[in-house]
Design a protein around this ligand. Sequence first.
Ligand SMILES: Cc1cc2nc3c(=O)[nH]c(=O)nc-3n(C[C@H](O)[C@H](O)[C@H](O)COP(=O)(O)O)c2cc1C
Length: 303
Amino acid sequence: MPDLSVEIADVRLKNPVLPASGTYEPKIVPGGVFSPRALGAVINKTVTLAPQPGNPPPRIWETPCGMLNSIGIPSPGLEHFITNDLPLLRKLNTRLIVSIAGFSVKEFSELAERISEQDGVDLIELNLSCPNLRKHTAWSQDIVLLKTVISAVRKAVKLPLIAKLSPNVTDITETALTAQDAGADALSLVNTFRGLAIDIRARIPALGSISGGLSGPAIRPLALYAVYATFKKVGIPIIGMGGITCWQDAIEYFLAGATAIAVGMYNFVDPSCMGGIIQGIDEYLDTYGFSAVKDIIGLAHRD
Ligand SMILES: Cc1cc2nc3c(=O)[nH]c(=O)nc-3n(C[C@H](O)[C@H](O)[C@H](O)COP(=O)(O)O)c2cc1C
């Protein structure tokens, strides 16, 4: 049996398959289809400090090989999350990543501090890349802001930090290096690409908040390139995501340099797909004589 375990910032995951934040709700996955306990880790929909409603509808629009969303982080607020959601997530008996987003450096630090006081949280993911909010949340599109916020959170907490970066930049490797130098222990690459659809009958933008974030198979080559280009530049692990639908897609990401992968949009198509992906990775390693998933990370690099 190949060893599927990987380490993200010294936290051992039993396998490298995770859900992407905001796309998978372990509490409501149809019973018996697939147990979230089988995942390397679970992660919540990004939580903000104060409750907020999210964006006006429509918030989802189908596109060729993908989807645009402008959900906009509807959030119950941190205290509600700690009291109601965290106990359920802890019961899943796998690693737990908590995704947070602040609207200021102070808010980010406060969120991280409160989360790190809770039992059973293994890693914090800083959502530095939501493209869908009016208030500034795409921290990783500005190198100075990015450095400031990660450095502040780094000082505030000891828990390992994953920086989730925006692909909506000229050179994501520059952003990734900044995040690493500021104290991030791992990277999530990537969040959604900003996009637009127009309803031609109404002659207005299709989404209530005009633009949205594109995800799904349409972005896979773009996201895969971001992982490939970043892998050689940084020394910290990368969680690769963008358009993964099956184990073959996941293997591409490992070969490009991802230590773990996350599935987003495709969970809406098939909520049990991550089980098949775990099995497929195992069989691929077995077929090609690799004893561990760690052995194929970055293997597609030729120099
Ligand atoms: C409906 C929807 C909601 C999302 N919500 C969040 C979120 O709350 N926090 C976050 O960091 N990313 C969020 N994302 C981005 C995903 O986690 C992921 O980075 C992106 O969709 C790319 O993966 P995919 O192509 O497999 O969907 C969301 C994506 C979708 C489609």
